[in-house]
Design a protein around this ligand. Structure first.
Ligand code: MBD
Ligand code: FE
Length: 287
């Protein structure tokens, strides 16, 4: 409204409700619920912190830059969520909703930005390592069981991936063969699995982008403890996305993306029985 001289402007005290009420009538209850809550929290956040246009723009730029630098080798948006603990939080909520209070499947952990679909199908006993000399060769083995009956799960596919000794996943590193340190293994009747991998190292999440700037601005480090990722699927079972963590790894108590759970901490044992392995890593999965 045009006015002159001593114009005053009264902010609509019902503004947030006005925005919420703009939602149309044919919206599913779930979408209505979460968008209502989202708008409410977003507005409260801006009000409580008296967010200015400049500050909002800076946040926008962060998000837009994350989008611009993302591709199938890099998911900066996910990384931003990870450093704020959001992926770990939604993992925790999802797991709580899915698991039985008494007898539980293997704990889940976040997927992270480096899983790739269509990792090579391998035979039990194969290695996922190619072109790397290492003194951290590891023989990993165990059994996949049904957590309600304790019986072996046949036809479970264990999709595994981890970083190279230089701290890079294969898609971050032009010097590694395609699909290096990734593989999929299918269990037989006995539910057992085994393969060769490496004992991974702690490594920094990519910090040359917006997530890295945030981490630095907050006086944090970008490191994750050494970990191996898994997705377990089997016909008739809920998939399990998880990671295991080396008990002796630096950052085990200070993961930059807050994913470590006690039940997922494992021990790599020095191994003499096999000239092809330096460590043994027994680990069983329940699904
Ligand atoms: C990773 O390797 C990872 O596993 C997660 C969750 C986030 C960033 C990098
Ligand atoms: Fe990872």
């Amino acid at each position: 409204m045009a006015s002159s001289g001593t114009a005053t402007h009264k902010f609509n005290p019902h503004f947030t409700q006005t925005v919420i009420n703009a939602t149309g009538p044919n919206v599913s209850p779930r979408l209505r619920k979460i968008t209502t809550s989202f708008i409410q929290h977003l507005h409260d956040f801006a009000r409580e912190n008296e967010i200015t246009v400049d500050e909002w723009m800076a946040g926008l730029e962060l998000m837009n830059e994350a989008g611009r630098m993302s591709n199938d080798r890099r998911n900066e948006g996910q990384l931003l969520c990870d450093i704020f603990g959001l992926e770990s939080l939604v993992d925790e909520i999802t797991y709580k909703l899915a698991s039985d209070a008494k007898d539980e499947p293997t704990a889940t952990a976040i997927l992270g930005p480096f899983w790739r679909k269509d990792a090579p199908m391998k035979k039990m006993g194969d290695t996922i390592v190619s072109g790397i000399e290492s003194t951290d060769r590891t023989w990993m083995h165990g059994i996949v069981t049904d957590f309600t009956t304790g019986k072996p799960v046949e036809g479970a596919v264990l999709d595994v991936w981890h970083t190279a000794p230089n701290g890079l996943y294969e898609q971050q590193d032009p010097n590694q063969p395609d699909m290096n340190l990734r593989g999929r293994f299918t269990t037989g009747k006995d539910g057992k699995y085994n393969f060769y991998c490496l004992r991974p190292v702690p490594y920094p999440i990519p910090f040359d982008g917006p997530a890295g700037r945030v981490i630095q601005a907050l006086g944090r480090h970008p490191y994750r403890p050494a970990h191996i990722h898994f997705i377990l699927t089997a016909p008739g079972y809920k998939p399990i996305v998880t990671q295991i963590f080396d008990r002796n790894s630096k950052y085990i108590d200070d993961d930059a993306v807050f994913a470590v759970k006690d039940s997922l901490i494992v021990d790599f044992k020095p191994y003499q029985a096999d000239p092809k392995a330096d460590f043994e890593l027994p680990y069983d999965f329940r699904m």
